[in-house]
Design a protein around this ligand. Structure first.
Ligand code: NAD
Length: 354
């Protein structure tokens, strides 16, 4: 078994979990070769906790790239710094596993696609919510064909972030498009995952009704036309004062030919099958078990890929479809129009588009 030496860009916030839980879940297969954080206090704490040498800890990405011998790079800094981290890895020919979203701006997304294409490095995006038992259970029911084709999917995220800093890091409360960029990218990706279809067009709105806890947009309602004939609807709220569907408790409902498959915050997947004159039959589906879940699962799949195995589901090439939904949603709201998501994908790839 090959041991992968990881250079981890970011040592605070979510990176704390990467460094202390998600990467160590793979035991001897993983070694932390170096860490980078611009905050010296965060760096010192991580260095102490992980028993790293001073020579493994850096406050600049460039210095780390110049001296750390690594087999893979994890990018776990806020989205606006992803491009710098990914371009640095490309210059050294290093495989990259980056936190979502690909980047904070479409310009950066385009630059990242071009840089990784030119360098020919493997790159995948962390979409950990696909790899959870509740979602895998839902997906397996759909894949059996028991309820037939998906007619439309409804996704709901609702979290009570009405207090300042309720959503953790300050940048989420200060950035533009906060809910879409930091939150909805997961749900757009999940709607693709569950329907098994890409998004053709998106329309709808993001807005801030004047909530003091956010400078940016924190509510979102969207409709999507998918590539296989299905449609999808998304409701996202960072100001939920009622029923909560927060992280790992998002609600999904797949309305299919022969019934519906639903999942809500109680984590139980239910198949609802109605027969005219006979009423409704509801079956609770046992939740699947997984050897690794969420981040740890994706990290394992990424290393399997580097070992010569199958690519993870969420390579950059795949995730560009979800990323184009995200930036299509921003454009749809700004212009009040229906946005061609596939034109955005083509634009990022450099093969046409706007
Ligand atoms: N997949 C998930 O479930 C999930 C959950 C939370 C966050 N995230 C993602 O993780 C990434 C980081 O978010 P976070 O919540 O950890 O943010 P954070 O602000 O809590 O932490 C980011 C860390 O990066 C450091 N940093 C900032 N700029 C840097 C730079 N240029 N070079 C090196 N270090 C720098 C900061 O000092 C800080 O310690 C984002 O892409 C976010 O979307 C993903």
């Amino acid at each position: 078994m090959k041991q992968y030496r990881w250079l981890v860009i970011g040592a605070g916030g979510m990176a704390t979990n990467w460094l202390r839980r998600f990467l160590p879940a793979h035991g001897e297969r993983v070694r932390i070769a170096g860490i980078v954080d611009v905050n010296p206090d965060v760096l010192a704490t991580a260095r102490h906790d992980l028993a790293l040498a001073e020579s493994q800890c850096f406050t600049s990405m460039a210095a780390a790239y110049d001296s750390v011998e690594a087999d893979a790079v994890a990018v776990v800094v806020p989205p606006r710094f992803h491009r710098q981290a990914i371009e640095g890895a490309c210059e050294r020919g290093l495989p990259i596993l980056s936190e979502k979203p690909v980047a904070e701006s479409w310009e950066d997304v385009r630059a990242i696609v071009r840089a990784t294409d030119a360098a020919g490095v493997p790159i995948a995006i962390m979409q950990n919510y696909r790899q959870t038992p509740r979602i895998q259970t839902l997906k397996r029911v759909l894949d059996t064909g028991r309820v037939g084709a998906v007619r439309y999917a409804v996704g709901r995220f609702a979290a009570d972030y009405r207090e300042p800093l309720a959503w953790g890091a300050p940048f989420r409360h200060e950035m533009r498009h906060a809910l879409l960029v930091e939150g909805s990218i997961h749900h757009f990706d999940q709607l693709r995952h569950l329907t098994g279809q890409d998004c053709l067009t998106i329309s709808g709105h993001e807005w801030n009704p004047g909530a003091p806890s956010f400078k940016g947009e924190c509510l979102a309602l969207y409709v999507m036309k998918m590539s296989g004939g299905a449609f999808a609807q998304y409701e996202g709220s960072g100001l939920a004062g009622g029923w909560q569907n927060t992280w790992h408790a998002e609600a999904y409902r797949l309305e299919c030919e022969g019934g519906a498959v639903v999942l809500d915050r109680d984590h139980v997947v239910r198949v609802q099958e109605h027969q005219r004159g006979r009423g409704m039959r509801v079956e609770e589906v046992p939740t699947v078990a997984m050897p690794h879940e969420g981040h740890a699962a994706v990290i394992g799949q990424f290393m399997d890929w580097l070992d010569g195995g199958a690519a993870p589901q969420t390579t950059l090439a795949d995730n560009l479809q979800s990323t184009a939904m995200l930036f299509g949603a921003i454009e749809a709201s700004a212009s009040g129009s229906v946005v061609d998501v596939q034109a955005l994908v083509a634009d990022a790839r450099g093969d046409g588009g706007p």
